[in-house]
Design a binder for this molecule. Structure first.
Ligand code: GLU
Ligand code: MG
Length: 437
């Protein structure tokens, strides 16, 4: 090991960027208990160079404190320094979670979910991304050619994902130019969200070490195929049995899962401010993109905001195992911790309120007449970040899941991004987001 090797303490902030400070390996043990300091106002950095209005100014700091469980040392190419990192919680000086810590926000939502339902929540993600380099050129969607052109990258990336224990399931070409997808299996609780952050960083690193760049941005260009990152949720009871499935339920949803979906549906407009939180997210969200444009829940419906994913198994006893609920209105400009935390809070609220199962919708709501949509209670998702932020501000249940300081800081940050976008052309903004995400 080189004496120059660094361990990066990484935290995923309000705009979903992995920010970091590094320590030499020999210093890590001494540093890990209290972590490293970071100015509170750092949480109000936009994805670009500027700082949004914030409640803190130059005062005070949090301790970015690594969770040793998340530490990974990954050697990709032998001639390149290893990627050595650990994910952090942002803690107050007394060791309690800071009110604007994204990871702690998810941790508390999961703890409440478990306490109130007795269930564990399992999380899996699909990670769509695009590789870009001039020489890649065009290849047919989903083709073997598309993926064999980048075989050295794929090999490096897959080996590192396996080494990191991130539950890699598939690596495949997607529909867009240079677009690929990696799916990871479910993991319980916080570890599922940690996997998302780590998977993205491993993919970026493998691209760097292959002379490429990888982007998870929701829209590489206004007319490009979007990158989603669909979130798959399932529940397990204390004995480890699947609890989101009921062969007799509507769409095979158990009662608790149906209520969860109804809670997500009820708050979807406000949730978008957290799950699709950049101006360019709304170039991706919309009908006919297989992303989703309406607030519907449907079985195997790729135009639905919430897709119910049945199991391929025929045996009813096995059908619960792979059964899960997919949330499609999420993209990689969101912090996975915030996005999942908010979804869990919305679902839990639906359970608390005993909401009835949503009407399950087949087909494309955009092909229905306006009257039919009205009759069926189908609503368009927000069409801009501004609209989503307005819905967020008006939904007191949703803002109540955050502290007032967090609502203030988050809203100011996102309104700042709206302004930046309004002053520029979509093409230019897509390029800027692509450089960051
Ligand atoms: N790329 C689509 C999206 O933006 C998803 C396509 C799929 O279903 O995999 O969400
Ligand atoms: Mg896909």
């Amino acid at each position: 090991m080189s004496a120059g090797e660094l361990i990066f303490l990484v935290w995923n902030d309000l705009v979903g960027i992995s920010r970091t400070r590094g320590v030499p390996v020999a210093e890590y043990e001494r540093r890990k208990q209290h972590g490293l300091g970071w100015a509170l106002a750092g949480q109000s950095m936009t994805p670009f160079e500027d700082l949004a209005d914030n409640p803190w100014g130059p005062m005070d700091e949090v301790r970015q404190t690594p969770d040793d469980e998340t530490r990974r040392r990954l050697v990709l190419r032998p001639d390149f320094p290893p990627l050595h990192l650990a994910l952090c919680d942002s803690l107050n000086l007394d060791g309690s979670p800071w009110e604007c810590c994204t990871r702690s926000f998810l941790g508390s939502a999961l703890a409440d979910f478990k306490a109130e339902t007795g269930l564990d929540l399992h999380i899996a993600y699909e990670n769509e991304f695009a590789l870009f380099a001039e020489e890649l050129g065009w290849a047919a969607p989903f083709s073997l050619d598309a993926v064999r052109r980048i075989a050295p990258f794929a090999d490096l990336c897959v080996a590192a994902l396996i080494d990191a224990g991130l539950g890699l399931e598939t690596f495949e070409p997607e529909y867009g130019v240079g677009q690929f997808e990696i799916t990871c299996g479910p993991a319980a609780g916080l570890a599922g969200a940690d996997r998302v952050v780590l998977t993205r960083e491993v993919v970026r690193e493998a691209a760097r070490q292959s002379g490429l760049r990888a982007t998870f941005t929701p829209k590489p260009a206004p007319d490009a195929v979007g990158n989603g990152c669909h979130l798959h949720l399932s529940f397990r009871d204390a004995e480890g049995r699947p609890a989101a499935f009921d062969a007799e339920g509507p769409g095979e949803l158990s009662e608790v899962a149906a209520r969860f979906c109804a809670g997500v549906q009820r708050h979807v407009a406000a949730l978008c401010a957290v799950t699709a939180p950049s101006p360019i997210s709304y170039l991706r969200l919309g009908p006919h993109h297989w992303s989703c444009g309406y607030d519907i829940v449907g079985v195997q419906n790729r135009e639905a905001a919430v897709r119910i994913c049945p199991s391929p198994a025929a045996d009813p006893a096995e059908r619960g195992e792979a059964f899960n609920i997919e949330i499609r209105f999420t993209d990689a400009t969101a912090s996975p911790y915030l996005a999942i935390g908010a979804i869990v809070r919305a679902g839990l609220q639906g359970i608390r309120d005993g909401l009835p199962c949503p009407t399950l919708v087949d087909g494309e709501p955009d092909d229905m007449s306006e009257d039919e949509r009205k009759e069926r209670g189908i609503n368009r998702l927000p069409t801009s970040l501004e609209e989503a932020l307005d819905a967020f501000g008006k939904d007191e249940r949703v803002t109540g899941w955050f502290t007032p300081t967090m609502v203030q800081a988050y809203t100011a940050l996102k309104r700042h991004e709206v302004r930046l976008y309004a002053e520029s052309r979509p093409q230019h903004m897509c390029q800027r987001y692509m450089q960051v995400y």
